[in-house]
Every structure is written in C-alpha cells, then in structure tokens.
Design a protein around this ligand. Sequence first.
Ligand SMILES: O=C(O)[C@H](O)[C@@H](O)[C@H](O)[C@H](O)COP(=O)(O)O
Length: 260
Amino acid sequence: MSHPPPNAPILYSFSSTEDIITPLADFVFKAQKEAIEKKGRFTLAISGGSLPKQLRGLRDLPDGAVKWNKWQVFYADERVVPLDHDDSNHRLCMAELFSHVPIPPNNIHSIDVSLLDDLEELSDAYEKELIHEFAQKDSARFPVFDLILLGIGPDGHTCSLFPGHELLAEEDRWVAYITDSPKPPLKRITLTYPVVNHAQRVAFVAAGAGKVDILPTILDEPQQGLPASRVKPVYPGQIHWFVDNAAAAKVQYPRTEYKL
Ligand SMILES: O=C(O)[C@H](O)[C@@H](O)[C@H](O)[C@H](O)COP(=O)(O)O
C-alpha cells in the first residue's frame, strides 16, 4: 500500500519573539479543542529551552477555555537529573506554565527519578508510561500525539536528537537514551523519530538571531538531513513553524499568514 507523501511544512514568521505568543497560544488552544471534541483527551509532548516561556499566552486565556483536566503531557526530551534541578525540562515547564494553570499533577508525565542511575531502566519506564497512555487506548504501533512542541538548537538538533548521532536511525523504540549529548547535560532521554513522525501535528518554535544561520539549512535544504529536517510526520500529519523575522531572515521558504 502506498502512502501519500508527507505534507509540506507551514511557516509562520512574526515581527518579533513577543508576537509569537498569541498565535502560538491560539494554535495550541485549537489543537486541544479539536482533540478533546474528537477523543475526549489531548496528548501533548513538549521540550525545554525557551519554548515553555513562549507558551505563556495559554495562561491568559479566559478561565475554563482550556480543558486542562483533559491534557496528558509528556516530555519530548528530558535531562536525566532530579526534577528540581536547574537543568530539568519538567522543572522549567512547571515554572513557566503548568504551575500557573489548573492541570492535575497526574496528567504531567515526568521521568521516574528513582531510576536516575540506570538510563536503560529509566527510558524503558518512560516508554511504559507512553504505552499505558496510548497503546491501550489507541492500539497503534506508535503513539499518535495530538501535538508535539519542539525547539531547535543552533546545530539543527531537536528533542535530544543530535546531528550525526546513531539515535537518528532508531526505528523501534519509542523512547531512547543518550549518555554523550554534545550539549550538557550528557545524559538525556528522548522521543524517537518513529514517535515524532507519527504525531498529528508538530510545531517548532524558533526565535532570535541565534537561529538565523541554521533555519535556511533546515527549511530550504532538508536533503542535508539535519535532525530538525528529519521531522516529517506521516500523512496527514502536519508541521508548523512559528518563528520570528530575526530567525527567518535568510530563509527562502514561503511564509503563510497565521489566521487567528
Ligand atoms: O536540550 C537542550 O539542551 C536544549 O533544551 C535545546 O534542545 C533547546 O531546546 C534548543 O536549543 C532550543 O533552544 P531555545 O528554545 O532556547 O532557542
């Protein structure tokens, strides 16, 4: 059976980093509304960096608009550190977003910190957490997240999938670990491409001049195979890029206007 080719990414570019906040909140809001109407729940994976802060528009939506109790949140990648450590993506997401909204703590799936010394066990346990959420309810080979929110590094990495790393070729596991991250901390777990590429939607957020030299390679020369370019959700999955003009200054890829 042949599958249609992946959808082309949609690029939205805004005047400033600040101007990303409202459309991004609108986008996440609509994604959760559609998912909850269809299936009664919203599954989200989220990474760290500046992304959690850029989601602050969600905090300003009218009370009751976001059905926080229907959200199931996983981390697209996580540093293998205690949950209150400065490097923890969970700590960051709690501080920037989740501690400000009425989401039940059990709906936020953090790593099992009793397993910090055994990465194999830790990533297996996180995979089991995903299986519990997805396989029993959806019975698919790979989880289909309603939305995965990602950043990119200046080297084109996304999640903890780094250029040239053997994990780029992982085809089976849902969650994998690395002990040799080129960027500290060394130890991380990450969702793999089969999971990222089965999502219904992926949204990348990239802002600031620090991304200006890598974005053209990711968007205009995907054949170079940088980790972020390898995110190609199977049809009908769709990638959306939320960037600012500083980051997109050298990108040729056509822009689309975001409609609120
Ligand atoms: O894993 C890491 O070490 C970082 O979290 C990294 O993946 C970050 O998310 C990107 O570099 C985007 O960073 P900004 O969001 O700050 O641009």
